[in-house]
Design a binder for this molecule. Structure first.
Ligand SMILES: Cc1cc2nc3c(=O)[nH]c(=O)nc-3n(C[C@H](O)[C@H](O)[C@H](O)COP(=O)(O)O)c2cc1C
Length: 391
């Protein structure tokens, strides 16, 4: 049987589980139209504000490790286009692509009237819903984004006010930041109780760009100064996994779906990570910013290949890894030590990872000195051949 990539999200059938996150790949009508033509299942518009501002030049950079880009960083602000312009664009997009999901993203201040005004403006556009941006990390100057996300009660009050404004006409999805840990589940629950239909997370994560060791200046600057950046791409997936897991453990994710964001790419691990932790679908930003909308073909093919190889459906995967997560004090206290299998190639890469003098070179394979082994697991995780296990 041919595998199926369709996903039901709040009553709308997504043609595949990949939608564009609010960011440059959804910056205007034409960009979204091109992405839909390429096969993306939906888009969250670039965050819309009441008073658009000009962006700084430059504002986007990349962090490399051994010549690979592992992170993208930016201090781009919200959309430079007005709500009126966006209203016209989303109506057109809904008419031209009736089978694609469109959510409008807002970034407003702690003044709830701003959120109400923006919500009212899109009531008659026939979009599927609104994403409330409680999570942009570089809003130190205007107290929007993650400044709101940190205030649990404010997140709930804004969600409630928007829900009252749009009623059943539009779905609401609150987009949460990473910095809520360990309270991400609590805030997600508060948003759901206040009327959110779904939860999205995470946004990019606050950081500072690298300093050039010879110039002694930041590598990402506007003129000769830099500011807080938002980190995204592969490097933030670990943070995304944590937040999605904490949310999935707290809310009823089958009823209130989770839209997972953070380092989703063409790597199958990044896709299965989030589905297995309970996500309904994934939002993608940096992979598209860095490699173009065409990556959708590879993402779909990679997932299809995985489903066909394993004989699983997306529903079979969803949430399956969640029971393996618990609090530290609920982990068992059993003793375990490392053992080596015949797959060991004697490369001895593991030796430098052992801090207990428990690994000795051998003739054909490494030897574990049982009495020294603490069972910490570092060698097991470092072995390139999966030849060490803990027993
Ligand atoms: C240049 C840039 C601009 C972004 N603008 C927005 C925005 O306007 N609103 C928003 O909610 N998130 C914005 N984001 C965050 C993304 O939607 C996404 O949450 C984040 O990049 C993590 O996903 P990724 O690892 O796939 O890039 C932006 C990200 C980047 C890189």
């Amino acid at each position: 049987m041919k595998s199926n990539l369709k996903v039901n999200f709040l009553g709308t059938e997504l043609i595949n589980p990949f939608i564009l996150a609010s960011a440059p790949p959804t910056k205007d009508y034409e960009t979204i139209r091109n992405a839909f033509n390429a096969g993306w299942a939906g888009a969250i518009t670039k965050s819309i504000v009441l008073s658009p501002t000009r962006n700084k030049k430059s504002r986007i950079g990349h962090i490399r490790h051994q010549n690979n880009i592992i992170a993208t960083q930016n201090y781009e602000m919200s959309s430079v286009y007005s709500p009126y312009q966006w209203k016209e664009w989303v109506i057109r997009l809904r008419n031209e692509f009736p089978d694609r999901l469109i959510f409008v993203s807002f970034a407003a201040s702690s003044n709830i009237d701003e959120w109400k005004f923006l919500s009212e403006s899109f009531l008659e556009t026939n979009v599927h819903g609104l994403e409330l941006n409680f999570s942009c990390p570089h809003s130190d100057h205007d107290r929007k984004g993650s400044a709101i996300g940190l205030d649990h009660n404010l997140c709930a009050s804004i969600t409630e006010a928007v829900k009252k404004t749009v009623g059943k006409k539009l779905k609401i999805m609150s987009k949460l930041p990473y910095i809520l840990h360990p309270n991400e589940g609590t805030v997600a629950k508060m948003c759901i109780e206040a009327g959110a239909d779904a939860i999205a997370g995470i946004n990019s994560i606050a950081g500072l760009c690298e300093i050039d060791p010879y110039e002694l200046k930041p590598k990402l600057m506007t003129g000769d100064k830099t500011t807080t950046v938002g980190l995204s791409y592969h490097i933030i997936r670990s943070f995304g996994r944590l937040v999605i897991t904490q949310i999935a453990k707290t809310i009823d994710w089958k009823r209130y779906p989770i839209s997972a964001i953070g380092g989703v790419s063409r790597d199958i691990e990044s896709i299965i990570d989030y589905l297995s932790l309970g996500a309904n679908h994934m939002q993608v930003c940096s992979e598209v910013m860095n490699h173009g909308v065409e990556v959708i073909d590879e993402m779909k093919a990679t997932l299809l290949q995985y489903l066909e190889k394993t004989g699983r459906t997306i529903d079979d995967i969803r949430g399956k890894a969640l029971p393996h997560f618990t609090e530290w004090d609920k982990l068992d206290s059993q003793d375990r030590i490392a053992t080596v299998s015949d797959d060991c190639t004697n490369c001895q890469a593991c030796i430098s990872y052992c801090r207990y003098n428990a690994i000795m070179p051998g003739a054909a394979k490494i030897n574990i000195v049982d009495k020294n082994c603490d069972g910490c697991g570092s060698c097991y995780s470092a072995c390139p051949n999966n030849a060490i296990s803990l027993n």
